[in-house]
Write a protein that binds this ligand. Structure first.
Ligand code: FMN
Length: 210
């Protein structure tokens, strides 16, 4: 089992980091965490190199992440909600997945032969709607050839209860772990089209009434 986790939080011991540690405990094999705010990865500048060439013209920490994307079996995108979206630095890292889009669209190649399982974990201070961030995360997961994507798990209300102390967070974390071990997705989205990502019907874990 080889799992790649993208952590979109700048806080080393924040809610996202704690929940990732919980998930990590349930996994086996290799687990690698990309900390978006501490990684040496700059944003895509649309130089269009990848329309004609494999890879990316920017020589930075993304090179290693591209290699890890090829090798892994599972990918988790974990992020706080910032203005109902994934965090800015995580979007910077995500923008570098454009090389995969270009391979398919402009060069007619499948850049990631090995299919993966994907999952989304979001935390929010309030009870706001996570659908926009879910939709973005799903686009990123599909770019990395995640054919099955687990229903997003969203832990709300961290302003009142730190995520790690929130007992209602556990079932969602366990579902992601089971899914990565080969279990069923609560809701899979392998057939979603990239041009019109579906809105998440509901997050699988909520700790407050809507
Ligand atoms: C710039 C900024 C924007 C935020 N926007 C939202 C938001 O739209 N919805 C929400 O529920 N929480 C929002 N929050 C709160 C964080 O998502 C929340 O505190 C989260 O638990 C932080 O996770 P972390 O400790 O893993 O960094 C925002 C926080 C910041 C700093």
């Amino acid at each position: 089992m080889n799992t790649l986790i993208f952590n979109g939080s700048p806080r080393e011991n924040g809610d996202t980091a704690h929940l990732i540690r919980e998930i990590e405990r349930g996994l086996a094999g290799e687990v690698h965490i990309v900390n978006a705010y501490r990684s040496d990865v700059s944003a895509c500048v649309d130089c269009r190199y990848c329309r004609e060439h494999e890879g990316c013209a920017i020589d930075d920490g993304m090179r290693e992440i591209y290699r890890r994307i090829q090798e892994c079996d599972n990918i988790l995108i974990a992020s706080p909600l910032y203005f109902s979206e994934l965090t800015g630095r995580l979007l910077d890292v995500g923008s570098r997945l454009q090389t995969y889009f270009s391979a398919r669209r402009f060069r007619g190649e499948e850049p990631i032969p090995k299919p993966k399982r994907g999952a989304i974990l979001l935390v929010g201070g309030g009870t706001g709607d996570p659908n926009r961030a879910c939709a973005t995360a799903r686009v990123l997961l599909r770019a990395m050839n995640c054919r099955e994507i687990h229903e997003a798990v969203c832990i709300h209300n961290t302003d009142a209860i730190p995520a790690i102390e929130d007992a209602n967070a556990r079932p969602g974390l366990e579902n992601i772990v089971n899914f990565f071990w080969g279990g069923n997705a609560a809701a899979s989205s392998g057939g979603d089209s990239e041009s019109s990502p579906p809105a998440e019907k509901s997050a699988s874990t909520k700790n407050t009434a809507p």
